[in-house]
Write a protein that binds this ligand. Structure first.
Ligand SMILES: *Cc1c(COP(=O)(O)O)cnc(C)c1O
Length: 376
């Protein structure tokens, strides 16, 4: 069999060559996967790779067949963790077009994460161009159907081969894609959370604002502790006073006070140790669109407990790209005991916001804020 010819793509933003896979999955195999893709289990037939060096800058951007990386054991990131990532989704709309949601925001956050980790910054033109090139190449992998999407995972690694502790002199940028099914296939299900007293996710001056691999590595022991206490997720408190609510696992949090026309939302403000979520930011706007009041503020653990006891806090939810909005139904802690948020079920405001954001992302309502970008 002759290898397919390499071809240049026409991404407007950055020149990216395409080497088609010779062992792409058959239509039947792909259709079977897309019927029940799960999350992060299956990957498309191609990926993007680009390299950075101090003399050449970013070069060799290409779409290549999905496959293993070959790494020297002394590759810098394997030891010192210069590794950052992003997560965003492409949606197939009713007219057959494929669109991303606020991808330029992900490009900006990726560049800020790189800066914090002392890594080379990826130009937004290459970030967006790589998404365009991969999604166009693997467009048949974008599932249709409510709540389904193609999850995109851009990431960057320090690849200098040397054990000296310093910023790497070389970086690899990679982009892979994974079809994603509905996050709650059997209806939205509230989570229970464990307040982490022993462990903190991020401290002032640390890397909490950066989407880096190490933040996740540091969080897993607390997640395991939450599971031991029968909880689905961990909630992080501030590192200094250990009383201000920061985030839930890999998602931001919102608190709803009151109900109906008097409902007011509060999300913890970005202090430098929270990850500035794009879903969090979008909801600040969508809430106002729906006529709700919304503020960024500070919520303490005791306010959460007392607010649930008095009925002042009516709903709590977490938000992020993967699940959009996840209601929080129950809280457990070592020092303050356990309590329910209202009746423990999904709240009206949470579900209304969830639907409103999904409707924008999937094209069910007009894109008033210009958040969508058509890829093909
Ligand atoms: C990615 C992430 C979020 C959510 O960000 P989105 O842009 O909304 O997906 C929140 N917290 C942490 C720690 C994260 O890594």
């Amino acid at each position: 069999m002759t290898a397919p010819a390499e071809s240049a793509t026409t991404t407007s933003m950055w020149p990216i060559s395409v080497t088609p896979s010779t062992n792409a999955r058959s239509d039947a195999e792909r259709t079977a996967i897309l019927a029940d893709p799960g999350f992060g289990k299956h990957f498309t037939d191609h990926m993007v790779r680009a390299r950075w060096s101090a003399d050449g800058g970013w070069q060799d951007a290409e779409v290549v067949p999905y496959g293993p990386l070959v790494l020297d054991p002394a590759t810098n990131f394997l030891h010192y963790g210069q590794a950052i990532f992003e997560g965003l989704k492409a949606y197939k709309h009713a007219d057959g077009s494929i669109k991303t949601f606020r991808a330029l925001e992900n490009a900006g956050r990726f560049a800020r994460s790189a800066r914090r980790l002392g890594m080379a910054e990826l130009p937004p033109e290459l970030f967006l161009g790589s998404i365009e090139a991969l999604v166009r190449t693997d467009r048949d992998w974008v599932p249709d159907g409510p709540d389904k999407s193609l999850y995109l995972r851009p990431f960057m690694l320090g690849t200098e081969v040397a054990l000296g502790v310093k910023p790497s002199a070389n970086y690899d940028y990679l982009l892979i894609a994974s079809p994603a099914g509905a996050y709650f296939p059997r209806g939205v299900h509230p989570v229970s959370v464990w307040l982490s007293d022993d462990y903190v996710r991020a401290a002032p001056g640390g890397t909490g604002e950066a989407k880096c691999a190490g933040n996740y590595a540091a969080s897993l022991v607390a997640q395991a502790e939450a599971a031991q206490h029968g909880c689905d997720q961990v909630v992080w408190l501030d590192a200094v006073e250990r009383q201000w609510i920061e985030e839930m696992g890999g998602m931001n949090l919102y608190f709803v006070y009151g109900s109906g026309d008097s409902a007011r939302l509060v999300t913890p403000r970005l202090t430098g140790s929270l990850l500035p979520g794009i879903t969090r930011d979008s909801l600040l706007t969508v809430a106002v669109d729906l006529g709700l009041r919304v503020d960024e503020g500070q919520i303490s653990v005791s306010e959460w407990r007392d607010g649930c006891a008095s009925g002042a806090i009516t709903e709590v939810f977490a938000c992020g790209t993967a699940a959009v909005i996840t209601p929080v139904g129950e809280v457990k802690s070592r020092n303050l005991g356990s309590w329910q948020v209202a009746d423990g079920g999904p709240g009206v405001v949470s579900m209304q916001l969830r639907q409103a954001l999904l409707d924008i992302q999937t094209g069910a309502v007009p894109d008033r804020h210009n958040w969508l970008h058509t890829i093909c």
